[in-house]
Design a protein around this ligand. Sequence first.
Ligand code: CA
Length: 231
Amino acid sequence: MAANILLVEDEPGIQELLKLNLGQAGHKVTAADDAEGALQYLKTTLPDVILLDWMLPGMSGVQLARRLRSQDRTRDIPIIMLTARTDETDKVEGLETGADDYITKPFSPKELMARIKAVLRRRAPQLTSDIVESGGLRLDPATHRLWGDGKPFELGPTEFRLLHFFMTHPERVHSRAQLLDQVWGDHVFVEERTVDVHIRRLRKSLELTGHDHLIETVRGSGYRYSATAVR
Ligand code: CA
């Protein structure tokens, strides 16, 4: 499971160490030295998870977390706070800012990887490599393989990610903007009509095994994957 990680940490030694460890684990890491740098980065790119140091020069990690949670664009990004503090009241404050988890320094890289995986599994199941199965479809993210009623078939990379996202977030209506954010990762430079193009391709491929009806168009709202949809 590879994720795009934004690391906000002002201590060069810790920043380097984490970049190295996360990189070795297959993650793509972008580092920012302070909250301002992080906000600048977030204007154009939405990471899969943010590792956020509590104590930063200027705007603190806690203030940044609150700010991210208050804005639509960044509200759903999982945040793990990195803190040197151990006081119980601080922990409570950390979670009240909307952080998904926090980890106290010093921590082992192994522990951090486990926390990242847990947060992603909870908040962004489409980024994990767990096999998903519903409506007669079976999708294996690790090997990039697909089956419809037991018969293997193939999809382009974008359609594969789209179907993976749908299957891990079934029965919900997703707007085009939400799909761009979640599947393309960054909606700034892509037009919403791109989504329709890939939905059309996805349905065409699913027609081969008779599963295209699982992707429903919700007029005026977007698209929904429904494992119980009937033809
Ligand atoms: Ca710090």
